[in-house]
Structures are given as C-alpha cells and as structure tokens.
Design a protein around this ligand. Structure first.
Ligand code: OX2
Length: 825
C-alpha cells in the first residue's frame, strides 16, 4: 500500500526513456489508451493528439517536480497578468524545449508517419490580437528558459481572434473554434474552481469596534483553471500558464427551475459562460463594453485568489508579500486587480488600509504599450459601480489619498489636480485605468526608448514629476527559440555551424557573425538560406491560398494589424506609384526591381476605415496581378488570416521589412525585431524600437525615412494641410487620382472615395506628408537590392547586431529594474 508520504508517492513518475524505441512505445501507448485506436486505423488527428500527449509525458515529471519545489522553497515569483497570450502552435516548441525533435521525427518515421503532416493538424491558440499578446507569450518562454518562477495568468477564450477570409476583396470574420477538437496541451482543474462575484451593493458594519465595509454581491460565476506547460529551452524547467474559463455556478438555479422558468435558468447559465466566450478583436483600441470589464475582473480576481489560496502557505505573513510576489500588469486590461487586491487585504484579511496600500504599491508594476490617447482605457463610474461597487469605493479612497499628496507637493493647482485625478469628469465620470495603475505601481515602463521618453514627457508628465524614478524603459524583445531557431532552421543551422549552439539562449553571441559578413563563402550560404526560405514560403502560399511567388523577386513584406497609424496606406501608395510609373511609360520596366509585396493584416471588425483599406489592397492586387504590362515585375499578395503560424513562414523569407508608422505612434513594434533577426533589411521611420534597431545595425543597413517625432509635432503646430502635399507632388497626385478615378474599382469612383478624401482633408497620420520621403527611400532600396552581394552583407549584419532584441534580455531588464527576482533552483 502506497502511503502519501512514501517516496514513490511524493516524486513524479520518471519520464519515458529518451530513445527512439522509448518514444515509439509511449506514442503507441497514447494512441491505444488515449485515443482508443491502433496505428493502422488512426486518423491524422488521433496521431497528432497521441504525439502531443507523448511530448507532455516527457515534460511531465519536470513540471510536477518544479511545482513541488516552488511550493517548498517559496521563491519570489512573477504573476504576469495579461488578457492576451498569442501562443502560436505548441507542438514544435515543446519538442524543441524537451530536446526531442530528432527522436520524435525518427520515431514517427519508424511508424510510417511524417511529422510535418502532424504539425499541420494543430490549430494555433489565437488568444491575442497582435503585438501585446505575442509579447506575453515571448516573455513566459524566456522566464522558463531562464528558470525564473512565473505563472502567466489569463483567459481561456473559447473563441480566439477571428478567422479572416476575403469575400470580393473585403474582410469577413469567422469564429475561431480552436477548441472544437479539444486541446491536447491543457489540464482542466474544475475541482480548483474559484467563485468570482459581481454586482450587488456594499454595507458598513461594526467588526468588534472597528468599522468595516463589505461587499454583498448579486451574482457569481465559477472560474475554472486550465494549466498549460511552459517549458524552458532544454533546461529541464517547466513553468505554468494558467488560463481561466467561466462556468455557471450551478448547472441551473433550482429555485428558478422549481418556479417553472426553465428557460430563465438556462439563460442565466449562458450569461455566466459568456464571460470567457470570445476574445475582443480590438487591437490597441478599447471598446468599453461591460462584458469586457467582466472578463478583466473575472481573470484577475481568480488569479489573486489563486495566489492567496494555492500558491502561498496558509500562515503567510501578508506584510512580506512584496518579497514573495510581483504582479506585472500587461497594459491597463488587468488594472482592476489593484482594487481587488486591496479589497482582499482590507475586507477579507482585515489588514489596516495604510499597511495594505504599502504592500500593494510594492506588489504591482505596470507596462504601458501605447501612446494613442484613445487607447488608454477608461471605465464609466456608472458601469464600474454597478458591476463592482466595492471596487469603486476603494478606487475613490485611493484617489482621495493620492490627491491629498498631490496638493501637498504641488499646492492647490486645481487644473493640475483635475488633470491628475484618477477620476475623469468628461465626457462622463470615469475611472482612468492608466492613472490608477501608475499610482499603484512600483514602476511604470514603456516598451521602447522613444516610447518611454514620450510617456514621461508627453502622456504622463505630471505623474513623472510627482513620482521621480517611477517611469523607466524596458525595450521589448522576441523569443529566439520560436522566431529564429524553430521558424528558420536553415539560418539556425548556418549560425550554429559558425558559432555553436549557445546563441539560442545568449543571443548577443550573434555579434560574432559580423566577421562572417566579410566572408564571400558565408555570404553565398546566407543567400542560399534566404532563397530556400522563399521557396518554402512559396510552397505554403500555393497550398494555402493558391498563390504563386515568382523566383528572383524581392519580397517586400508588411505584416501587422491593420491600423491607420501603422500606415498600410503609405505602402499602397508606393505600389500604385510604381505601377502607374510603368503603365504610363514614365518609368522603364527594366529599371524596376522585380518585387512581390506581401501583406498580412486583420482589421477590427468594427473599424470601418481599416476594412476599406483591406478592400483597397486586394483591389490594387487584383489589377496589378492581372496586368500583363507589369507581369513578372510587380505582384501583390495578401494571404488572409495572418497569424503566428503564417508569420513563422513569412518572416524568414522576407528581404524588406516595412515599419512605416507615423513617428510617435508605434510604441515599440516587435515584428520589426523578428524581421531584422531573420536577415531582412528595414525600411522604417524613427518610431518605436525602429530607433534602437537602426542604432544597432547602423545607417548603412537600414532605410530611414520620414519625419521625426519632433518634426511631426511642429508640423501639427504649424497647421497640417495634407492637400498642400498633394498639390506639391505630381507622383502623389497621379497615384491618388488613379485610385479616385476608379482604376482599382472597375471605374466605380465612389468605392474608395472615403479613403482618398480622408487622406486629402484629414490624414491624422500624415501619410501624405511622408509620401515623398518614402518613395525616395524605396528608390534607394531598389538600388541597393541590385547589388545582391552587398545586400546580403547588410542582411548578415542585421542578424549579427540584433541579439539585443531577445526577450531574454527584456526579462533580465524587468528582473533587475522592476521585479528583483532571481532564477531559482
Ligand atoms: C502593442 C503596440 O501597439 C506595439 O507597438 C507593441 O510592440 C506591442 O503592444 C507590444 O508592446 N495594444 N497592443 C499594443 O499596445 C496596445 C495597447
């Protein structure tokens, strides 16, 4: 009989032997007992699930052991709170992390299975919109690889980011039912559900002479945790991602049921379960919907409870919390965690307010990801008070104390008090979540040098003055495991041949490639890698979308969310200008570098202008691609449903990376880093992390163009008139006129008229002002590309000099400057 304290009961069962035979056995076992099939009658889905379970089996012992050790040693850990994790496919990542890639390939081959076919079975969990969600995924990968205690907390959306299709060139959205076959990577723990309450009212009561408040909620839901392994890269470490799923408290309310209103009971259940139903598809632009606030509170309340009830020992001394845990707020989405944490400490744990606030201010830190004023979340007091009445009281109290301190420091400057108040009054009384996070956070960080500086100087200058030293920068990064080692095996092989394998966890070692840039033999090999990656992409696009990528074309790529500030329109104008130049005979066909333009972009379903731009890109593509006058010269490809999986194929194949936002608008960008690390040259503005990329790779290896942020400001101050740029530039005139004349809409002049008049009469993001600089820079790109060998040299230098953009470095910065955590065991 195995007593729970028996050594065999304490320790996890050892992993199966890491041999081809061992793997085959485990795989077949999973097919038989996990899927109920034999190899001979297994479907591709069966095989994929069995393979995923096999990989899990290999990681399991380490995971269980790490969980046990963390419970035992209680090292300081990072609770990363993020409404989004854009994970991408898990299979390859987990095979790589566990060092099993080759063994698995051989084992499957021995079973007559092509690993690549099984890879294709995985539906990627698209639980994020874009950069913000992908960043969270990179960060948890880095923390596991560095052995830092971390739990990523978020929401297990039943439907992730919508699947995009094009109907007559226009975006249509389909639900992303990523769970329809189940996910082999998750572990549900319904028994560990937390009850999360909403609504109701508050009351004060006498607690043995101490006046206290309490919350009498009106309804609640269950938050069921699902755990996912986050394996470090070949270091035996496995951290945890814990995503919460909402289920109704009781399968149906008996009282209501007995009253005969069965439909009402079912309706209530549906209402509760809606909370984790769908990811809001707005990127960088909050919608202020009640369900969204429910989602936010739902996951942070469950996560905080998880920390208190599951992670910490029951007798934990609460004033020591800052030595044990730090909550990192990924933008404002999880900021409601601040008053929730205070509520738990004050109302439930009976801590005195000041002591609780002192703890809170050390336990939270806030990352801001934007500069767009419309992207800073605010919640109407009316809504917040209705959904979370006690939290609203707590926010008022925090604000009161804060404003007293502001008066002490700055005097009775009423304007300033109003500007700094956590409660805004116009257009309706609202809670400014970024201010709340700034007041509560030990540190506030921007995500690139320029962004952090603008945060300090332009967005929150009063707060910066009030809290000297609170505002810092941590430049974003990307994981070299997924975005170089896995997505670009040929380049990885080349690098490893030159440097050994250490670069995968020490990306600054890429510097050593600088010398290789001068080696003609290496340049040839590097160029061959790029060509091979283009062929791979070509195969993928043919299979996926029926596209043909012509040989010998420069691949000019712009992949990111569709947003006016990112300026896909500038790219369109360049394409139209080039096209118009050729068909009008003004430009000799022979003088143009053959180019394939690749777009990837989803628009928020309610963002009308963004959708029009998608329509225009497709319309320009269909004219250009069918015009024999530019055949073999220009091609526009817009594969629908750009996602992590497609990114992993597109980025390694790219020659030119388009990072052309208006200066001062893109907080950082992370695609820019991925491209540079894969040997694409950037054409870009002095915006976000482009600034740092250019500083590192050097002006000779980067195509800079456009106004700087101060120039943008002074043009606004002077009064920006886009039409004056239109009048002054004949190329711009011809291009816009061609669009307006219906050249891309079968003669219909109304179809794209809103785009044209928006540019001519409004142009918030100064597309026309930067047009001529952009066209000029593109001419330099053409000239540079003509010398293939010199281009390759620049591409190698881009790879060699971008090691800084590893998310391992970002994590080190957070650890040193904000978290003060350390790798453990
Ligand atoms: C994005 C930013 O737009 C992008 O510049 C940045 O690289 C990324 O976050 C990661 O930091 N929603 N998404 C973002 O900001 C917000 C808000």
């Amino acid at each position: 009989h195995l007593h729970p304290t028996h050594p065999l009961a304490l320790a996890p069962v050892a992993a199966p032997p890491s041999t081809v035979d061992g793997f085959v056995r485990e795989f077949l076992l999973n097919l038989n007992s996990g899927r109920g099939v034999t190899l001979s009658n297994a479907s591709a889905t069966d095989k994929y699930f069995a393979l995923a379970h096999t990989v899990r089996d290999y990681l399991m012992a380490r995971w269980l052991e790490d969980l046990r050790r963390q419970r035992e040693v209680q090292d300081k850990g990072v609770a990363y709170l993020s409404a989004e994790y854009l994970l991408g496919r898990q299979l390859d990542n987990n095979l790589l992390a566990s060092g099993l890639s080759e063994i698995a390939e051989e084992a499957l081959a021995a079973c007559g299975i092509d690993l690549d076919v099984l890879r294709q079975q995985e539906v990627e969990p698209g639980l994020g919109n874009g950069g913000l969600g992908r960043l969270a995924a990179c960060f948890i990968d880095s923390l596991a690889t560095m052995g830092v205690p971390n739990v990523g907390y978020g929401i297990r959306y039943e439907y992730g980011i919508f699947r995009q299709t094009f109907v007559d060139g226009q975006q249509a959205e389909q639900p992303d039912a990523w769970l329809s076959l189940g996910s082999p990577w998750e572990f549900a723990h319904p028994e560990g559900a937390q009850t999360i309450a909403f609504g109701g009212h508050t009351e004060t009561y006498d607690d043995e002479g101490v006046p206290r408040s309490r919350w009498i909620p009106a309804w609640n839901v269950q938050a069921v945790p699902y755990n996912y392994m986050v394996p470090g890269y070949q270091n035996g470490r496995v951290n945890t991602l814990r995503l919460w799923s909402a289920v109704a408290t009781n399968s149906f309310d008996l009282r209501v049921f007995n009253s005969g209103d069965y439909e009402e009971a079912v309706r209530a259940q549906t209402y509760a379960e809606n909370i984790s139903k769908v990811l809001y598809p707005e990127d960088s632009t909050p919608q202020g919907k009640e369900l969204r606030l429910q989602q936010q509170y739902f996951f942070v309340a469950a996560s905080i409870r998880d920390v208190f009830d599951v992670m910490l020992p029951a007798d934990f001394e609460l004033t020591n919390l800052p030595e044990r845990i730090i909550f990192q707020l990924n933008d404002t989405h999880p900021v409601i965690a601040v008053p929730e944490f205070m509520r738990v400490l004050v109302d439930e744990k009976k801590m005195d307010w000041d002591a609780a606030w002192a703890v809170t201010q050390q336990c939270f830190a806030y990352t801001c990801h934007t500069l767009l004023p419309e992207a800073l979340e605010v919640w109407p007091v009316e809504l917040l008070g209705r959904l979370l009445p006690r939290h609203l009281e707590i926010i008022y109290r925090i604000n009161e104390d804060f404003l007293v301190a502001v008066r002490e420091k700055f005097g009775d400057d009423e304007m300033r008090i109003r500007d700094m108040s956590i409660i805004g009054e116009h257009p309706v009384r609202s809670v400014r979540m970024a201010y709340l996070a700034t007041v509560a956070g030990a540190k506030v960080n921007g995500v690139a040098e320029l962004h952090s500086q603008l945060l300090r100087d332009k967005v929150l200058p009063d707060f910066n003055e009030f809290y000297p030293g609170k505002f810092i920068n941590v430049t974003n990064g990307v994981t070299p495991r997924r975005f170089v080692r896995l997505s670009n095996p040929s380049l990885s092989g080349l690098i490893t041949d030159a440097l050994g394998t250490g670069w995968v966890t020490d990306l600054e070692r890429l510097r050593e490639l600088e010398a290789y840039a001068e080696d003609p033999e290496f340049r040839t090999q590097f160029a061959e890698v790029k060509a091979a990656n283009k062929r791979l992409l070509s195969d993928v696009l043919r299979e996926r979308d029926g596209f043909e990528v012509s040989d010998g074309h420069m691949l000019d790529v712009m992949v990111k969310r569709l947003h006016e500030y990112k300026r896909q329109m500038l790219k369109v104008l360049h394409i139209v200008t080039t096209y118009e130049g050729i068909i009008s005979g003004r430009v000799a066909v022979g003088d143009v570098q053959p180019r394939t333009f690749i777009f990837g972009a989803k628009a928020a379903p309610g963002y009308v202008m963004a959708k029009r731009i998608i329509h225009l890109i497709n319309a320009v593509g269909s004219v250009v691609n069918n015009d024999p006058r530019v055949e073999g010269k220009l091609k526009v490809l817009f594969p629908p449903n750009y996602n992590v999986t497609l990114a992993e194929r597109v980025i390694p194949a790219a020659d030119l990376s388009e990072q052309i936002s208006l200066a001062g608008k893109e907080a950082s960008g992370t695609g820019n880093m991925k491209f540079a690390l894969n040997g694409a040259l950037t054409i870009g503005t002095d915006d976000g992390a482009n600034v740092e990329i250019r500083e590192l790779v050097g002006d000779d290896n980067f195509f800079l163009f456009g106004m700087s942020e101060p120039e943008v400001e002074s043009l606004w101050a002077k009064g920006y008139k886009p039409s004056s740029f239109y009048n002054a530039d004949s190329g711009l005139r011809r291009s816009l006129d061609l669009i307006a004349a219906g050249a891309f809409s079968g003669g219909d002049r109304s179809m794209f008229e809103p785009i044209v008049s928006n540019l001519l009469y409004d142009d918030r993001f100064m597309v026309l002002a930067d047009y001529s600089a952009y066209i000029g820079a593109q001419a330099k790109v053409d000239a540079a590309y003509a010398d293939q060998d010199a281009w390759t040299r620049s591409a190698i230098l881009n790879v060699a000099r971008c090691g800084y953009f590893s998310s391992d470095r970002s994590m080190r910065d957070y650890i040193e400057r904000i978290w003060h955590t350390a790798p453990s065991f």
